[in-house]
Design a protein around this ligand. Structure first.
Ligand code: G3P
Length: 234
């Protein structure tokens, strides 16, 4: 079974048409080619409806984009930790800026994910929220300033102080939590800048999903992570 590697380069498919259904499968295979070439921490977060198709076709580590705190049972329309795990996810994004949750829901979702062995990545829009998220004890916290999401302006270059500050606060709050960052990450050099600021990975979307050559961009990012001392562990 795939496992999460650091530095992590997590590519969130969101609901982009370029990352839906058959196109999501093609995109996953392109990213997998880069992953196999370089041996780096590339991972993907496809849409729920595509999870099983993709997990059956590629070996990449797969995250779900969200789970709800509800347990299995009479809860129509909710996404359980169990369902995404069975569909092939090994981790889950919680509280993405585009899918926000309250603090108690985040806490409950972390607990539900942990109960089935899913790795947890909680997103935060500010440094104080990142510290609060770290206090809940997920595996990773990702700082993403919402105003840079989807802009192509990399947080690691436009707001280095936010990344550095988040890394410090997250580590000070809970040293077991891995700090990562995201928003606007589009190039290998953006990944390198993030890692130099102390982040142990990045989460990104449009830079790869909407690229003319997604495999080329994923490869460039993976190589930048390797250059920084990353690569497959063990
Ligand atoms: O989940 C990653 C994300 O919110 C950043 O999006 O398009 O700026 O890489 P993007």
């Amino acid at each position: 079974m795939a496992r999460i590697e650091f530095p992590l380069i997590l590519i969130n498919f969101k609901t982009y048409p370029e990352a839906t259904g058959e196109r999501a499968l093609a995109l996953s295979k392109a990213i997998e080619r880069a992953w196999k070439e370089v041996g780096s921490g590339l991972a993907i977060a496809p849409q729920f409806a595509d999870l099983r198709l993709i997990s059956g076709s590629v070996e990449l580590p797969i995250f779900a984009q969200h789970i709800d705190p509800q347990p299995p049972g009479a809860h129509t329309g909710h996404i359980t930790a169990e369902s995404v795990k069975e569909a092939g996810a090994i981790g889950v994004i919680i509280n993405h800026s585009e899918k926000r949750m309250g603090l108690s829901e985040i806490d409950a979702a972390i607990g539900r994910a942990r109960s089935v062995g899913l790795a947890t990545l909680v997103c935060a829009d500010t440094i104080p929220v990142g510290a609060a998220a770290a206090a809940l004890g997920p595996d990773m916290v990702a700082l993403e300033p919402p105003e840079l999401i989807g802009t192509g302006i990399p947080v690691s270059k436009a707001k280095p102080e936010i990344v550095r500050g988040a890394v410090e606060r997250i580590r000070a709050t809970n040293p077991a939590v891995v700090p990562i960052c995201g928003a606007g990450i589009s190039r290998g050099e953006d990944v390198k800048a993030a890692l130099e600021l102390g982040a142990e990975g990045v989460i990104l979307s449009s830079g790869v999903v909407k690229a003319k050559d997604p495999k080329g961009v994923a490869l460039e990012m993976a190589l930048a992570a390797i250059g920084h001392g990353g690569g497959r562990r063990g």
